[in-house]
Design a protein around this ligand. Structure first.
Ligand SMILES: CC(C)(COP(=O)(O)OP(=O)(O)OC[C@H]1O[C@@H](n2cnc3c(N)ncnc32)[C@H](O)[C@@H]1OP(=O)(O)O)[C@@H](O)C(=O)NCCC(=O)NCCS
Length: 197
């Protein structure tokens, strides 16, 4: 299978990134993990500045520090998915949302890519000192819950918010990275790649 890696968003990816979001509209798909890019399609440069600010956000002021990545396929350098990793939780995220938001573009789904994506996200969490990751999804989103379960997630609560049934899961980061290393480590390039601005 193709290897995937995380790339830090840059100006060089402007066209690819906009195309990535537009594909979701064409397929009438939900968009997750894109760090708000869908609201900045006509101002990509401002989105890049927002991502820089996100990394140093102060939890005391309501926002938590977060990192956003493109998930890129090594063989053709294509953006396959996006992930937003919250490096701390506030009260709202502890109720629903958790540490990691992810998405895979509609034409690349059901190929096992999101499981590799979550493995990479857990590595980022470990590098940032997060020992236990919390993740949330709607109960009627098996693609998301099965991704979590494939990486050893435990269901901790089910609840209804805004009329929708949701689930919260936790993953013990070190344990999961060790347990699934033989499966997912060969399918990813560790670390983040930065390309020219
Ligand atoms: C959720 C999402 C990221 C999954 O991406 P993906 O690359 O298709 O997932 P994978 O191929 O890695 O599959 C992960 C698991 O989900 C299962 N799965 C994937 N799509 C599924 C579907 N439509 N129905 C049921 N199970 C599905 C896979 O079989 C696999 O489980 P398994 O290992 O037990 O077989 C993708 O569907 C998506 O971007 N959805 C829209 C955004 C979203 O919902 N994000 C999550 C918000 S919580």
């Amino acid at each position: 299978m193709d290897r995937l890696f995380y790339e830090v968003p840059s100006l060089a990816r402007k066209k690819d990134a906009i195309e990535y979001i537009e594909e979701h509209y064409a397929y009438q798909s939900n968009i997750n993990g894109c760090g708000g890019l869908d609201h900045y399609l006509s101002n990509y440069e401002e989105w890049l500045l927002k991502l820089e600010k996100d990394q140093t956000a102060n939890p005391g002021e309501g926002r938590v520090p977060a990192k956003t990545y493109f998930l890129v396929r090594e063989s053709d350098n294509k953006i396959i998915g996006m992930t937003n990793i919250r490096l701390a939780l506030n009260e709202r995220l502890r109720k629903s949302g958790g540490h990691i938001g992810y998405g895979i573009r509609p034409t690349e789904r059901r190929k096992g890519y999101n499981k590799i994506n979550l493995y990479l996200a857990l590595e980022v969490c470990q590098e940032n000192g997060i020992e236990e990751v919390m993740l949330s999804c709607y109960k009627d989103n098996p693609a998301s819950s099965r991704t979590m379960l494939a990486l050893g997630a435990k269901l901790i609560e089910e609840f209804v918010m805004d009329g929708k049934e949701e689930q919260n899961y936790t993953i013990q980061v070190e344990e999961a990275l060790k347990e699934y290393e033989s499966v997912y480590a060969p399918l990813r390039q560790k670390g983040e790649k930065t390309i020219g601005k």
